[in-house]
Design a protein around this ligand. Structure first.
Ligand code: APR
Length: 238
């Protein structure tokens, strides 16, 4: 492991246009379960399969059940950034890291101080009325009961990408541009099983592709350096 940490340090030292591409494994050490690990959200017993609940069809057909699950399982307001979030924000401040591209919706990268964050799947911090588009904050949603309504009577929907929904075009473009221009791409805490998010890493053209993940992924063989360990442990040694 030490040898790999030293290799990672060398790669970071010789790079000044680093992009980090992350997933739910970045936030597990803050206390937020990921999705597909054995104790992940999708392996928990619930009234309906969680992957079905987090779909557009379910949101429209069973909105109250959606919000019961969402308030119970997706409330990230009570969690704090961990070592990885904090170190990435520091690397951005030092001018080493140019962007974070995340699949997470918990807002913890910004809470740690990161400025240039592309949230491919949106954020729980942004919620809009489906009728008049009025903005509502996360507290409004997580403190609501039943279905959160707008003062105009419309239903308020979180600005998160549910299954069957498209990703924001501007966010995708920004993420692709950052990845295309990166001299180093560090991928961490993601199973790389969900598209189109995972497909974005194919835009990386350099030869400093690092994968830090507890479990193996289908992209391990394409990486220049693979560290199968916890992100907190690795980032605390940088
Ligand atoms: N350190 C390193 N790796 C970790 C850690 C950790 N502390 N905790 C978990 N992991 C790894 C797991 O081994 C797993 O491979 O992070 C990965 C998380 O994978 P998933 O649970 O599939 O999460 P993610 O890849 O972000 O899912 C992508 O799926 O349902 C959708 O929209 C949802 O954004 C999500 C997308």
């Amino acid at each position: 492991m030490d040898e790999k940490i030293n290799q990672l340090k060398d790669l970071i030292n010789e790079s000044n246009n680093i992009v980090f591409f992350g997933g739910a494994g970045v936030s597990t050490e803050s206390g937020i379960p990921d999705f597909r690990s054995k104790d992940g959200l999708y392996n928990q017993k619930y009234k309906y399969p969680p992957e079905l609940i987090l779909s557009h069809t379910f949101f429209m057909a069973k909105t109250k059940d959606f919000y019961d699950f969402y308030r119970d399982k997706m409330n990230s307001l009570k969690y704090e950034p961990n070592t990885t979030h904090i170190k990435l924000a520091e690397m951005e401040k030092e001018g080493k890291l140019k962007a974070v591209v995340t699949q997470n919706i918990d807002g913890l990268h910004q809470k740690a101080g990161s400025k240039n964050v592309f949230e491919l799947h949106g954020s729980v911090l942004r919620n809009y009325c489906m009728k008049c588009k009025k903005f509502y904050d996360a507290e409004y949603i997580f403190n609501s009961n039943d279905i959160p309504k707008c003062e105009c009577g419309g239903i308020v929907k979180p600005d998160v990408v549910l299954y069957e929904e498209g990703l924001n075009e501007d966010t995708i473009e920004g993420a692709i541009s950052a990845i295309e221009n990166a001299d180093m791409l560090i991928i961490g805490g993601t199973s790389l099983t969900v598209y189109p998010a995972s497909g974005l890493i194919n835009y990386y053209k350099g030869n400093k592709l690092v994968l830090i993940n507890r479990d193996e992924t289908n992209y391990d063989k394409r990486a220049n350096l693979v560290i199968n360990d916890s992100l907190g442990k690795v980032f605390s040694e940088l």
